[in-house]
Every structure is written in structure tokens, then in C-alpha cells.
Unconditional design. Structure first.
Length: 80
């Protein structure tokens, strides 16, 4: 692919991404849909807990289980 086609593809991708971002912007959420019933907003603490603390805890649990199972598997091979 030559330079002109590469630039054209990059511009097209950037334009498409920009359009998608504009179409999904929160400004469009000001017009309410029929049947729309949003609940109360989350506080800062709830947001951090949900999107920062919870994933870290889940990651820690999974990593701990993997390490535990890996250690027990290595010990089993050593005895055999």
C-alpha cells in the first residue's frame, strides 16, 4: 500500500471514530426516551468501588487461585 492510500485509510478511520464519539456523546442523552427511568447517580466512592476496587479484588482472587493451583501442580510432579 502506498503512502496516499495509508493516509486515506488513517483519515477514514479517524473520521469514523470521531463520528462514533459524537453520536454517543452524553449531550444526546438530554432528550429522554419513552420508558426511560434512570435510577439515582452513583457517588464518587461507589463509582471508585465499582470500577476500581472490585476489578482489583477480582484480579487478586483469580491470580491467587492460579498461583495456588500452579504450586500444587509443581509439587505433585516432584513426588511422582
Amino acid at each position: 500500500m502506498d503512502k496516499k492510500n495509508t493516509l486515506r485509510a488513517g483519515a477514514l478511520t479517524a473520521g469514523t471514530t470521531l463520528m462514533m464519539l459524537l453520536m454517543t456523546s452524553p449531550a444526546l442523552a438530554l432528550t429522554r426516551d419513552d420508558g426511560d427511568d434512570p435510577g439515582p447517580g452513583l457517588s464518587v466512592g461507589e463509582t471508585l468501588g465499582l470500577y476500581v476496587v472490585a476489578p482489583l479484588v477480582i484480579f487478586g482472587v483469580i491470580a491467587g487461585l492460579v498461583m495456588l493451583l500452579d504450586k500444587s501442580r509443581k509439587q505433585d510432579h516432584g513426588h511422582a
